[in-house]
Write a protein that binds this ligand. Structure first.
Ligand SMILES: [Zn+2]
Length: 148
C-alpha cells in the first residue's frame, strides 16, 4: 500500500498521464512483454502507469483512481482487473481520447481526480490515527495495570 507521500507524488505527477503514450513509456522494465494479456500497450490502454519499487517490481497504478495492483499474471487482462477492482473509475468511462476533451471536460476530470486523491489521503490519515489511539490505549492500560 502506498504511503501518503507516495500518493501525493503520484497525484501531482500523473496529470500528464492522460496521455496513453506517456503511460506506455513508463513500462520500460515491465516483465510481461509478449504473448500475454498484460503487455505494456494493454496496461497503458487500461490507464495503468508502471511504478515499481525495489520490493515490488510489478506494481502498476491507475493514473486516475490511483488503484494500485501487483502480482500480475500473464493471463490477467488489465482492463478487466481495473473495472473489477475500481468500477467507478472516471477514466474507464471516458468516451474520448484526452486530446479531444474540451477544457471544461478536462477540468471536470481533474476535479474528480483531486477528490479521489483527497479521499485516499483522509482514509490513510484516519487509519494512522486509529493505530495511534490503539497504541496509546494499550500503553495507558499497561500503566494502570502496573499500579496494582
Ligand atoms: Zn482507475
Amino acid at each position: 500500500m502506498a504511503s501518503i507521500d507516495v500518493l501525493k507524488a503520484r497525484f501531482y505527477s500523473y496529470d500528464k498521464m492522460y496521455s496513453q503514450d506517456l503511460r506506455e513509456q513508463s513500462f520500460v522494465e515491465w516483465p510481461f512483454r509478449e504473448e500475454c494479456e498484460c503487455t505494456p500497450a494493454k496496461m497503458a490502454k487500461a490507464g495503468f502507469v508502471h511504478c515499481p519499487s525495489e520490493n515490488e517490481p510489478d506494481v502498476a497504478c491507475c493514473f486516475f483512481c490511483l488503484l494500485e495492483l501487483e502480482g500480475w499474471e500473464p493471463d490477467d487482462s488489465p482492463w478487466s482487473e481495473h473495472i473489477k477492482r475500481s468500477p467507478n473509475c472516471g477514466f474507464l468511462s471516458m468516451r474520448k481520447d484526452f486530446t479531444e476533451l474540451t477544457v471544461a471536460e478536462f477540468h471536470h476530470l481533474e476535479k474528480e481526480r483531486l477528490k479521489i486523491y483527497i479521499r485516499k489521503v483522509c482514509h490513510k490519515k484516519m487509519a494512522y490515527l486509529r493505530d495511534e489511539i490503539d497504541q496509546k490505549l494499550k500503553d495507558l492500560n499497561s500503566m494502570l495495570n502496573s499500579i496494582h
